[in-house]
Design a protein around this ligand. Structure first.
Ligand code: ADP
Ligand code: MG
Length: 694
């Protein structure tokens, strides 16, 4: 992104929030004309009170912003903390003490850990650079994405650049600035002119935006102009000022739409256009009323074309404010489909609902009562909005060093949330009773103690709700490390381990003697549910030497020729969890090391299970680093052929294709690095990782 001349940005982790960037700096080497628009909330945060008392100014170099703590309603120490942060930052930047303002966002009512911010300032200054991404990330709170925008215009023959970062997701109300934004430009413009441009830009952007109508204590939009583009300073009422002003309005509008689309829990952006109003302020007020109506928002979430709520919201606002507006004369369209014109219009509800499932929903109302128009933005109201906000402070716990952490154990949630979670979970349980699922246990889940435990807990839980799991485990890194200890060098071909006769003894010892026993022990901590079996037990896995390409001898590596499913049926009938070690027995009595991915597929096919899960140490099947969440077998084959799938994933994918061909309905490749990923997969409709079907 191109940024204005002379501005630098940075964003670092100060430790206010765990494991996230939480401190941002925007800096101009030369002093700027700086202005701000501030929240109208009377419970203003300390940094807002400080900045508002010092702006407009022509001597500002920097804005420092922290997330994770709002420094609002913190008492007299709030302002002291602002001052100590600003003083330390000014010193590190070698600028005058009054050359910096600050902003904060996060939890209200907890003292700002100024010592943590001050300790991070040297790194913050060290990391200053032209790219604004890190700063934009550091100011995020419940935002799900970074918000930035950029514009370039030509003024007096000079290229003028504007760039902005902002955050805002919840507590977004249409009253003055409604989030934190910093707009910087290299344009030369006096503070007074900059302020009037910013105020004008606010009207059709941040002031026409609503997420939840809850005004924040910390909202501020800063604008800083350093004049480095070299244009003559913009004169009042000039054409040049108009060009700048409209670029500023444009950038603010882009950010306002971004904020609405990323509202807390939002799934859709709502744009409300009111035309034919008696005046612009009335048009704006009515547009906001529709975009902010909880009933309209909930209907948009459900893709329900409930146009009555639109006119009702307009009628209510017009009535309470005594506006000369008559809803009976109006025309209403949703997603371009006329639904009302002085009377209800016939329309095709199924098609309109389909149109309303798009990520942006447009509501247009022509009031036929004047010539003024306005647009407002908002978002839908989803179940997640309540989830995010119902237990917000109950989940935030202070850490000993003054930061905050999230403790989202179920016990900290409200009874209502717990109940809804359990109801959702229990509704899956009936689906599971006596269904069978083969799970290939591999990757990181086999290494980390906490993950081993959470995997075994999941399996026991699943069995207790009637699912019948069958586990096939791999060797993981343990075989390699044991072989290395014994002086043998591991060698892989396409993810398959080359195994000679002496290695085979070690492989068997690790697989059957160590990994299998450990898993069975963990599963049988309470009660005897699991039975460990090697493929040799009951001749469960008949095998022969794997026929590899000429010149590639994999040694004692085998492939399954037959699964003794009667043996498994017997265990399953008695409600045992078979835990299978992937070692096979040949007709000649030889032992074979068999790739566990293929054993899982063969067992799944032989038992006729509907679900096969591969637990591994990546998010799923990836293409150019992106997770592919849904794949059909032909697509997967193509990825195998075009070289997207290599290494250990090749063996898995070949096995997956075989399993699908053998009648398995759904194969999942999921991330075993996440605790409880098996439960997450089975107990949610969207699941995690990659789902492969025929
Ligand atoms: P496991 O213990 O689960 O069998 P492997 O290392 O044998 O683990 O196989 C999984 C590995 O395959 C991943 O860690 C990844 O490095 C590799 N891999 C290769 N191609 C892909 C791909 N397209 N998508 C995902 N993983 C891939
Ligand atoms: Mg593997």
């Amino acid at each position: 992104m191109k940024t204005p001349v002379g501005f630098l940005f940075s964003g670092v982790r100060a430790g206010i929030k765990p494991n996230r960037r939480d401190l941002a700096l925007v800096f101009s080497e030369t002093p700027c004309a700086a202005v701000g628009c501030f929240t109208a909330n009377k419970a203003k945060a300390a940094p807002i009170l400080d900045a508002q008392s010092r702006l407009p100014s022509s001597k500002i170099h920097a804005v420092i912003i922290n997330s994770g703590n709002a420094n609002a309603l913190t008492g007299p120490v709030g302002v002291q903390d602002v001052q100590s942060v600003c003083t330390a930052a000014a010193k590190a930047l070698q600028i005058p003490a009054d050359g910096i303002v600050s902003a904060s966002t996060g939890v209200i009512g907890q003292r700002l850990p100024a010592h943590k911010i001050i300790a991070a300032i040297p790194q913050l200054v060290e990391e200053l650079r032209q790219e604004p991404e890190a700063a934009a990330e550091a100011i995020m709170t419940t935002d799900t994405r970074v918000k930035m925008a950029m514009r370039a215009v030509s003024i007096s023959g000079k290229e003028i650049t504007l760039a902005a970062i902002c955050k805002g997701s919840g507590m977004i109300a249409p009253e003055l600035a409604t989030m934190i934004a910093v707009v910087v430009t290299d344009c030369a413009i006096a503070p007074a002119a900059l302020l009037s441009c910013l105020q004008e830009a606010m009207t059709d952007s941040f002031n026409s935006l609503t997420v939840d109508d809850d005004m924040s204590t910390n909202d501020v939009v800063f604008a800083m102009a350093n004049g480095r583009a070299g244009n003559p300073s913009l004169a009042a009422n000039s054409q040049e000022l108009k060009v700048f002003s409209s670029a500023l309005a444009d950038i603010c509008q882009e950010l306002a739409r971004e904020i609405a689309a990323d509202g807390e829990g939002a799934t859709k952006l709502i744009e409300v256009r009111i035309a034919g109003a008696p005046s612009a302020p009335i048009a704006r007020d009515l547009a906001r009323a529709v975009a902010g109506s909880n009933l309209v928002k909930a209907a948009v979430f459900g893709a329900d074309p409930n146009w009555g709520r639109v006119l009702s919201a307009i009628g209510a606002k017009a009535g309470s404010r005594r506006y000369e507006v008559d809803p009976y004369r109006a025309a209403v369209a949703i997603q371009g489909v006329p639904v009302f014109d002085k009377e209800p219009l016939p329309h095709e509800p199924v098609q309109l609902r389909a149109k309303m499932r798009k990520p942006e929903v447009l509501v247009e109302v022509d009031l036929r009562g004047g010539t003024a128009a306005a647009t407002a933005w908002g978002c839908d109201l989803s179940y997640d909005y309540v989830k995010i906000n119902a237990d917000y402070t109950s989940l935030i716990v202070p850490t000993v060093d003054g930061g905050v952490a999230k403790d989202d154990r179920l016990s900290n949630y409200s009874p209502a949330f717990k109940a809804s979670l359990l109801v959702e979970a229990l509704s899956y349980i009936s689906r599971f009773s006596s269904t069978r699922c083969v799970i290939k246990y591999g990757g990181a889940a086999m290494v980390k103690d906490s993950l081993k435990k959470s995997f075994c807990d999941d399996i026991i839980l699943l069995r207790s709700v009637g699912l019948q799991p069958i586990i096939v485990h791999g060797g993981g890194p343990e075989i390699t490390s044991t072989l290395e200890k014994l002086g043998s060098k591991p060698h892989f071909v396409d993810g398959m381990r080359v195994t000679d006769a002496s290695d085979l003894k070690v492989v068997e010892m690790v697989l059957t003697g160590s990994i299998n026993t450990e898993l069975v022990t963990l599963l049988n901590r309470e009660g005897g549910h699991a039975v460990g079996v090697s493929g040799k037990d009951g001749a469960l896995l008949r095998a022969r030497k794997l026929h590899s390409e000429p010149g590639r001898d994999l040694g004692q590596v085998g492939e399954v020729t037959k699964v003794n499913s009667d043996f498994l049926e017997m265990l399953l009938k008695q409600k045992y969890i078979p835990v299978i070690s992937p070692v096979g027995i040949g007709e000649d009595g030889q032992s074979y090391n068999i790739n566990a991915d293929s054993v899982a597929a063969e067992v799944a096919g032989a038992l006729g299970v509907s679900k096969l899960i591969y637990l591994t140490d990546v998010a799923g099947i990836l293409s150019s680093g992106e997770l592919l969440s849904d794949l059909a077998a032909p697509d997967l084959r193509r990825l195998l052929e075009n070289g997207t799938i290599v290494g250990g994933m090749r063996a898995k994918v070949e096995s997956i294709l075989k399993a699908l061909a053998a009648g398995v309905d759904r194969v999942h490749v999921i991330d075993g690095r996440l605790p409880h990923s098996v439960i997450g997969e089975l107990f949610t409709d969207h699941g995690v990782g990659t789902l492969i079907t025929r």
